[in-house]
Design a protein around this ligand. Structure first.
Ligand SMILES: [Zn+2]
Length: 285
């Protein structure tokens, strides 16, 4: 039951994101601006409070991958972000793993989204679905895709029929890229990966437990070299993170923490001020 509660609460967690966005006028502008700003790529601020100038568009289809919900225009990012997706697509082709389904990256100029996410603002985040499709999805299916839950019905552990060696191989492939900062996954999936990892376990450190993330994993790249205005995420503690810290995430206390978090998410939140440079990114013609 507790697992079901975790999944249900976590699903709610993504909805109130709009409440945390800056004032309505700015929100509309970031989500309606049609194309990236001109000029070289510039990452400004952090994943949950930032923007990107000169972003690159991920082609909507490529070898081994497809972009989901292209109507939302959230397939922009730093060139390194685009290249990572393309590399993973090649992995899918070479291994016969079907097509990867790519969820949100960033809007054309990053910035806050009107729904769904607090982060994904600076062009370094990618949501990648665990579900892979054997055949390319149709336009209609891409517009309204159906996700696959990697957890057992009770939500307490990974479903071994769905989350197995290939999924762990994919997570390891991403986590061992030198330019990846962290990957967010459901704690029960991290627990499964901890159990399945053979040999080198150092990559597990970058696999960070977080609420939800049972249908997709969230990749965040590190600030690329030369991007002086890019602010990295918090440091990751040492160790593989498979011990007591992970146990906490699967405890009653974590369920209560999530409940409190959701209650807070429903309260009005003061708008987050974006770094000043973002105003010129948004205005650039
Ligand atoms: Zn995400």
């Amino acid at each position: 039951m507790k697992g079901v509660l975790i999944a249900a609460l976590a699903a709610l967690l993504v909805v109130p994101a709009a409440a945390q966005q800056p004032k309505a006028a700015a929100r509309v502008s970031w989500s309606t601006v049609g194309k990236p700003s001109p000029g070289p790529t510039q990452i400004i601020g952090k994943a949950a409070q930032g923007c990107i100038g000169g972003a690159m568009a991920l082609p909507l289809t490529g070898p081994g991958y497809q972009v989901l919900r292209p109507q939302n225009r959230r397939y922009f990012g730093h060139p390194d972000t685009v290249r990572l997706v393309e590399m993973l697509g090649r992995w899918a082709v070479l291994g016969g793993h079907g097509h990867l389904l790519i969820g949100d990256m960033a809007q054309p100029r990053g910035g806050p989204m009107p729904s769904g996410h607090v982060s994904h603002q600076s062009g370094l985040d990618i949501d990648i679905w665990f579900r892979r499709s054997r055949a390319p999805l149709s336009t209609a299916d891409l517009a309204r895709p159906i996700a696959l839950d990697m957890l057992r019905p009770d939500g307490r552990a990974a479903d071994p029929e769905r989350f197995g060696p290939v999924e762990v191989e994919l997570l390891k492939l991403v986590a061992t890229r030198t330019n990846v900062e962290r990957i967010l996954v459901n704690p029960a999936l991290k627990r499964a990966a901890c159990g399945m990892a053979a040999g080198d376990r150092s990559w597990l450190r970058r696999l960070r437990p977080w609420w939800g993330h049972n249908m997709h994993f969230h990749v965040r790249l590190a600030c690329p070299a030369g991007q002086d205005q890019c602010e990295p995420g918090p440091p990751i503690p040492p160790g593989d993170g498979c011990g007591p810290d992970l146990d906490w995430w699967l405890s009653d206390e974590a369920v209560e923490a999530l409940r409190q978090r959701l209650l807070k998410a429903r309260e009005p939140v003061p708008p987050r001020t974006l770094p000043a440079t973002c105003a010129s990114v948004l205005r650039a013609r």
